[in-house]
Ligand binder design. Structure first.
Ligand code: SF4
Length: 338
């Protein structure tokens, strides 16, 4: 049987799809490549995303496209958890039943992490899943559960497989990597020092970072050991909006963290995520974020118009801003940072 995997969303989804491909191949399935003719495909698995309403729409679109190609369509990932069976005619694939989080009774000590990474120069090394932060606008904790660290031995084993497959560039990824080790008595800095010691020739990039992790204690030991390209989940440059988002830092904290990055990693590049048009965001609050961006002068900016997610506290907040206002503010932030 030939199986095609369609993946939407974050680096964790990409890593899980690669792990799924490895698992299927080990069970004798042929895993389709981009140029496998539709006529040769027996099953399509769509690994979906639900982080925004737009991601949900794209997931439904991908599922319908798959149904147009093949009658045997399985759906997995965050959107399937959020809206099970949203598109008729599909079956549900529970990823955790195929890719278990914990080593099995069966003695199968090794989790099925990706063997390699097709179509990419950088391999995504998944070190953590879930999140304990419960930001008021986010559905991820509902869908992926509490923060869990991948066992150190498993990470090293996967890294060894990446190295054996010829990868030199590694992106350390997870849902909230700054919380790595909080459930097993270690932390992200210790992990990175250990991985770099074991594989000094490999280059490591970090996935998105929480601003609270930007401290001298966490960063100082890593100078010269990780790639000087950072992406920060800032979300707003206004203290009162950050409070309503449930983000536990101030705009001043972010500024301090970014200055620290620039002093410890001279010449580094810094990007950030910002949400535009959060519920109740006044003109003054929006201009506070604009002032913040002018001050911090980022190298790149991902702007997301606020997207109502079902079951989140922010979905109940008032006033919800009109779509036109959210889009206009998002456009202004992109222009401002261009
Ligand atoms: S840190 Fe906040 S935004 Fe990020 S996954 Fe966790 S709850 Fe969602």
């Amino acid at each position: 049987m030939t199986v095609k995997i369609v993946t939407l969303g974050c680096k964790v989804n990409q890593a899980e799809s690669e792990a799924l491909a490895a698992r299927l191949a080990s069970e004798g399935f042929a895993v389709a490549s981009a140029d496998t003719p539709a006529s040769e495909i027996d099953r399509v698995i769509v690994n979906t995303c639900a982080v925004t309403a737009e991601a949900g729409r794209k997931s439904r679109q991908a599922i319908r496209r798959a149904l147009g190609e093949c009658r045997d369509v399985q759906v997995t990932g965050c959107y399937e958890k959020l809206e099970p069976g949203a598109v008729a005619g599909t079956a549900r694939l529970t990823l955790s039943s195929v890719l278990p989080d914990k080593p099995q009774e069966s003695g199968e000590s090794r989790l099925r992490q990706p063997e390699s990474f097709s179509k990419r120069q950088k391999a995504y090394l998944k070190i953590q899943d879930g999140c304990d932060n419960h930001c008021t606008y986010c559905v991820i904790p509902q869908l992926r559960g509490s923060s869990r660290s991948v066992p150190r031995g498993e990470i090293e084993h996967t890294l060894e497989r990446f190295r054996a497959s010829g990868f030199q560039q590694i992106v350390v990824t997870g849902i909230e990597i700054a919380s790595y080790g909080s459930d097993c008595g270690t932390n992200l800095t210790e992990l990175l020092l250990g991985l770099k010691r074991k594989t000094p020739e490999l280059r490591f990039w970090l996935g998105s970072l929480e601003p609270r992790w930007l401290t001298a204690e966490n960063l100082q030991p890593l100078t010269g050991l990780i790639e000087p390209e950072f992406h920060i989940s800032v979300q707003s440059g206004c203290g009162s909006v950050l409070k309503r988002m449930g983000r536990r830092y101030s705009a001043a904290d972010v500024l301090r963290g970014i200055e620290l990055l620039r002093s410890l990693f001279p010449g580094c590049t810094i990007g950030a995520d910002i949400i535009a048009g959060f519920p109740g965001e006044s003109d003054e609050e929006f201009s506070a974020t604009c002032d913040f961006l002018r001050t911090v002068n980022l190298d790149s900016l991902h702007v997301f118009p606020y997207s109502v997610r079902p079951g989140t506290p922010a979905a109940e907040m008032n006033p919800q801003l009109p779509k036109a206002v959210k889009l206009a503010r998002a456009a202004e932030l992109r222009r401002l940072n261009a």
